[in-house]
Structure formats: structure tokens, C-alpha cells
Write a protein that binds this ligand. Sequence first.
Ligand SMILES: NC(=O)C1=CN([C@@H]2O[C@H](COP(=O)(O)OP(=O)(O)OC[C@H]3O[C@@H](n4cnc5c(N)ncnc54)[C@H](OP(=O)(O)O)[C@@H]3O)[C@@H](O)[C@H]2O)[C@@H](O)CC1
Ligand SMILES: [K+]
Length: 503
Amino acid sequence: MALEILTPQEMGRVDRLAIKQGPLSGIALMERAGAAVADIVFERFPDAGRIDVLCGPGNNGGDGYVAATILAASGYHVALWTDGDPRAGSDAEIAARNCILKRQPLEQYQPLPGGIVVDALYGAGLERPLQGTARAVAEKVGAAGLPVVAVDLPSGLSGLSGEALGTTFRAAVTVTFARKKPGHLLYPGRAFCGELVVRDIGISDAVVKEIGSQTFENLPALWIDDFPRPPADTYKYSRGHVGVFSGGPAATGAARLSAMAAARSGAGAVTLLSPPASLAVNAVHLTSIILRRIDGPDDAQAFLDQRKPSALVAGPGLGTDNDMAALLATVVQPASAARRVVVLDADALTIIAQEPAKWFGSFALDGAHATILTPHEGEFGRLFPEIHADKSLSKLEKARAAAKSAHSIIVYKGPDTVIANPEGRAAINSNGTPLLATAGSGDVLSGIIAGLAGQGMSPFEAACAGAWLHAEAAHTFGPGLIAEDLPSMLPRVLTRLLRQRAP
Ligand SMILES: NC(=O)C1=CN([C@@H]2O[C@H](COP(=O)(O)OP(=O)(O)OC[C@H]3O[C@@H](n4cnc5c(N)ncnc54)[C@H](OP(=O)(O)O)[C@@H]3O)[C@@H](O)[C@H]2O)[C@@H](O)CC1
Ligand SMILES: [K+]
């Protein structure tokens, strides 16, 4: 499965390399791209009374000329509207020359009921907000509510960031070529794209590989080979031992959600580390989860030394007072011998945000240990205020910059969660659901990630798999979901996932 995500710039390099290596020329690729667009119109709108194809001056417009020619030859009533002439010497100029339809000036276009619009104004080359006629037409089409088939990207949308640069077409279907672009998966771009279809236009996987993209769609193929597979002779502690820190008696539920999620993810043993005041309430609610009293950093250290947990979760319901900061300092120090992954969320992130430089300096990431931070939007802003405020960076680039500066894996949560490591590898999650916007959902995610990392999955892969499983569990439960339901959905999701895996 093709997992790479290409920035518009990388896609340009892929196009050029494919053309250079052959056998397909630029115009041959464009003919395939235009044909793919026409195909989607046939499939999705077989009864369209009228098709208005809007062509810009670049190669995106070139795809439009090709699609218009094919649609007209197939008997559709097609009208062609152009915003200037195609650039001289471009493949679009060849496509326009081969198009027998009469060109009409875009400023004369008026949306008509019953029609559909093919938006081939701007694609990967869009560099600034739509202006003048293009902008007015985008507004008119939006107001008329006509179905739009966008070529490569809805015009007005940044393929790099998913931001609307200004007025933007809103597509029912977007047809892109070879690979997805970040703007197709990052919000608000994902919403502007409607249904996203990726079509092969004859660019080989080898050419894409040569570009060396470090961004991937977060699908099981990205991490399934590293997914925990316990050997037949395993025992509970060799299946991973996760420690989860509980806070005071008023907020114990969050840590229990994490603990249960770690257990349901396959960790062989999970210990809830509880302050004395919370022992009774935690005990009432726990059965298979081990409960251990932790009265300050020395007890925490003793647990780490004796039990050598392979993963820890700290933050959910932890509290933010000085005692908890001292406890956290013990938790995050690199383990000397044991391999350990520490997942930090919620209150732990609040503590860290008070002195980020100090904490980030102590986060090890050397293959044996790793720190994984799972901030939502607000937490990300407090942890990384400068990166967060930098309007020139996309969410993807922000996650990467944060991972580098914090020496950590970052799970930048949201409807388009981005997972990044300090070396620049990143994945964009594409199965998010609004069902996950519910209290306690993040605590479950931390637990799943720790559960997987605790079983020996590489930390970046564990973070990616955790984000995917979390959303999949929500989809599986459906409406009415509360965080408690997520761990109990995991067995079903895992069964489905592992059934697909090759033996
Ligand atoms: N053979 C190939 O390579 C293949 C390419 N393919 C297709 O090509 C598309 C990329 O083509 P592209 O690079 O020509 O970019 P495109 O989006 O058409 O913009 C063109 C120019 O418009 C300008 N401009 C920018 N913003 C503007 C604005 N707001 N308002 C006004 N003008 C604006 C800017 O030029 P400038 O005015 O700055 O000189 C920019 O360079 C890609 O999306 C895919 O559909 C496929 O067919 C596969 C084969
Ligand atoms: K477009």
C-alpha cells in the first residue's frame, strides 16, 4: 500500500523525475490525470445535465482541458471556461491545443442549476489567495451549492498545510494523483476535499521512493510488521509491564482509564501506582490491574528499580503541585539498564510547560528509552509557544519542530493527529472521528501507546498504532461513546487487525 504523503514541492520533483526517466512524457501524464478526473465524473455523476470545466493557466488547467475533451466526446454537455491562456511551452498548452471545445472567458461563467463543476483552476502551484475572477467564481459556485469535482486540490487550498489561503472551492470529490498531499489530510483541508480519490497515472513506486518522503499516512501497513506478537512461551511480565501513576482521590478515573487501555492493548501486567490517599478508591474499582502504594519519589524509584516496567504513563489525573513535579522528575530520568518508554500527557504536560527547556533537556531518546508527549491543541501551545504561533508552519511541520526541540516523540492530537519523531519521520492520522472528542479519551490513548510500547513495539510505531487503534475503537462503538467504552472495544479491533496480518 502506498503510504507516502508528498508535499506539492515533492510531487513536483516526482513529476519531473518520472518524466525524465520515462517512458511517460509530461503530456502523457497529464492525459492520464485528465482521464482519471473524467472517470470520476462518469462514476459519481452519470446523469449530470451539464458540466462546467474551469481551467486555470497552469498544468492543473491542463488536466481540465483533457477531462473536458473526454467528457464531451462521451456525450456530456460540457462548457469550458478559462482564466487566461495556458502558459507558453507548458504541457497545459499542448492539452489546450488538443481540446476541440470552445473556450469561454471565466468572468462570463454563471452557475446553472443541475450542473456540476470541474475545478481545474489551481492545484499544486497555488501560491497566494485566489483573486479577481477566480475568487468571484469560487464564491458563486459555493453560494449555488453545485457539486464540485476538484482536480488535485480544491482551488484556494494549500496542498502543503491544508489551510485555506482565502476563498476556496469546497469539493464533493477531489481527485489527486500518485499520492496524497498533506493538505488532503490536515484540517480544514480535509473538509474542503470531500471524498478523496487517489489515482495512479503511471508514476512508479520507485520514483516516489527516490524522493525520500518522510511523511506517511497512518495506516496499519506503516507499523503492522512491528506490532507485538507474543511468542508461545511468553509469561505475563515478558508481555510488557506498564506502570500508570494515579493522582489524588478526587481525580483517579483518568489513570484507571489509561491502565485499562494499556491492559487491553496486550500488556501482560499493568500496575497502578497510587498515592496513599487514593488507594481505597482505586482498590474499589480495580480487579486485574495491580495496585501499588507510592508515597513520593523514593517509592516510585523503588518500583522502577524492583519491577523494571517497560513503559510508564504519567499525567492523566496526576495533579500539578510540587509533589507531583518531583515524582515526575523521577519518572522521566533515563533508566540505566531497563528499556523504558514514558508517555506523558495532561497534568504532566502542564508541569513541563512551566519550565520546558529544563524538562526537554532531560528527555532521552536513544533507542532504549523514549519520551512520548501527547498534547492536544491547547497543551501544544503551552509547551511550544513559539512553534505554535509560527503561522508559516503547518500542523505537520509544527509537530516535527516540536519533536526535535523536545527530544521526544510528539503525538499532536486533534481530528488530524500528527505523530512525529525528532529525526523528522511523521505520520498523519486519517481515521479520526468526532466521537473521540469526549472526556477521558486522551487518557485512553496514552494507555494504548504505553501498552504497545511496553510490549516492545518501537516507540514511534507504538504512537502511530495507538492513534489508529484509538480511533478505530471509537468507530467500532459508534454514537453514544464515552471513554470507558474505548478499552472494551479494543479486543474486537485487534482481532480484525491481526486477522489481516500475514502469518
Ligand atoms: N506534467 C506535469 O507536471 C503534471 C502536472 N499535473 C497537474 O499540474 C498541477 C500543478 O501544475 P502547476 O505547477 O503548473 O500549478 P498550478 O496549480 O496549475 O498553478 C500554476 C501557476 O499559477 C500561478 N498562480 C499561483 N497562485 C495563483 C493565484 N492565486 N492566482 C493566480 N495565479 C496563481 C503561478 O504562477 P505565477 O503567476 O506565480 O507565475 C503558478 O505557477 C497539479 O496540481 C496537477 O493537477 C498533472 O497533470 C500530472 C502531470
Ligand atoms: K483545482
